[in-house]
Design a protein around this ligand. Structure first.
Ligand SMILES: Cc1ncc(COP(=O)(O)O)c(C=O)c1O
Length: 371
């Protein structure tokens, strides 16, 4: 077998996104044991960096060994109990995924459905939640299937009035858009490392606020999942440092380094970079006569969904971009298949150079894919 030699790709799809060179360096450092004091020091630095990105003072902030879906399942398995009423704000693919996880955990699901790409008003959230009085509410802050942003303030306020906890999926917002856990009133938020944090896939940051911690303390039956049980994980990471699982140490180095990069850039400056490059991309698409799928005020800065121009074959565009430029973008999911592209401008990949390279490549690809 030859040494692994991946092709050169510019990852401008919905994730994974380009990895910062310092993160690649960090990941190649020697592994220490998962009970080594150095590992716990790295873990503590990660916790602090994540608090900044999440916009929270939550002590209970840690990472799950697994991808974004493990973060989602951690939220579900620790906060859903059989028979519980679980409300999902459903406007895309990942809302359907958390619905399915809730269903498998025996929740009684109620959903407020919106067409993919639309967000929810505070009045809609208030009306829905006050009618159903759920115990738990979930929404997708950054819906990667559509490019739609739902900050969540109205949802969290309405949930609090009926005593419900809130779960926010911040997989595609953390490190690239305001997440603002404390300001929004979010109780539980999870994410993934491979999007705007600029790391490879493999870890799922999670934060739990005081109301969530109180719920966990009072919970009688243990969560169905042993691996994702937050109480056991807390014992390992924060308290007794008792062995729970062999943490993927190299990925912890990677995340620690990406958070150092974020600290040096400064979160506000980083978010502003994402906003600017997103807007430059939108302007570029408009110059090609291509409209965006999501209304202006609800657009993610991290994940863009330009419509596939009339008469253009989206698969042919994607194939051309890979073959000629080594650029990866993605097509639409579910009802948006063939209708939109999904283009990431996130993390290390969010740069003016990448945007202009991509807009030029798309101009070329649209012409080729029309012929
Ligand atoms: C919004 C959202 N939630 C959850 C996930 C699941 O993350 P993963 O694919 O890392 O398991 C993704 C992945 O793209 C996502 O975009």
């Amino acid at each position: 077998m030859l040494t692994v030699a991946p092709p050169t790709r510019l990852l401008l799809g919905p994730g994974p996104s380009p990895v910062h060179p310092r993160v690649y360096q960090a990941i190649s450092q020697p592994v220490v044991g998962h009970l080594d004091p150095y590992f716990f020091q790295v873990n503590e630095e990660i916790r602090k960096g994540l608090q900044t990105c999440f916009g929270t003072t939550n002590e209970f902030t840690m990472v799950i060994s697994g991808t974004g879906s493990a973060g989602m399942e951690t939220a579900v398995t620790n906060f859903v109990e059989p028979g519980m009423k679980f409300a999902v704000f459903a406007n895309g693919y990942f809302a359907d995924r958390i619905t399915e996880m809730g269903r498998r955990h025996g929740a009684q699901i109620v959903r407020l459905e919106k067409p993919w790409g639309e967000s929810f008003t505070g009045a809609e959230a208030e009306d829905f939640i006050s009618r159903h009085k759920p115990q738990l509410v979930a929404f997708i802050q950054a819906e990667t299937s559509t490019g739609c942003y739902t900050p969540g303030k109205g949802i969290c306020e309405a949930a609090r009035k009926v005593g419900a906890l809130t779960i926010a999926d911040t997989v595609t917002s953390l490190g690239g858009m305001p997440v603002d856990v404390d300001a929004m009133g979010i109780d539980i938020a999870y994410s993934g490392t491979q999007k705007a944090l600029g790391c490879p896939p493999g870890l799922a940051p999670i934060t739990v606020g005081p109301r969530g911690v109180e719920y966990l303390r009072a919970r009688k039956a243990p969560s169905v999942s042993w691996y994702l049980d937050l109480k056991l994980l807390l014992d390992y990471y924060e308290q007794a440092h008792r062995y729970h699982h062999t943490a993927p140490v190299s990925m912890f180095y990677a995340l620690r380094e990406s958070l150092a990069v974020i600290e040096e850039e400064g979160l506000p400056a980083r978010l502003e970079r994402h906003r600017k490059n997103h807007e430059a991309f939108v302007a570029g698409m408009e110059s090609l006569g291509t409209a965006m799928y999501v209304a202006g005020e609800h657009r993610l800065w991290t994940l863009n969904t330009p419509r596939v121009p009339d008469g253009v074959n989206d698969l042919a565009v994607r194939k051309h971009l890979i073959a000629k430029y080594g650029i990866e973008i993605a097509g639409g999911l579910g009802p948006l298949a063939g209708k939109v592209f999904r283009i990431g401008t996130m993390g290390y990949g969010s740069s003016a150079e990448n945007v202009s390279l991509l807009v030029d490549a798309l101009r070329d690809a649209f012409a080729v894919a029309k012929a």
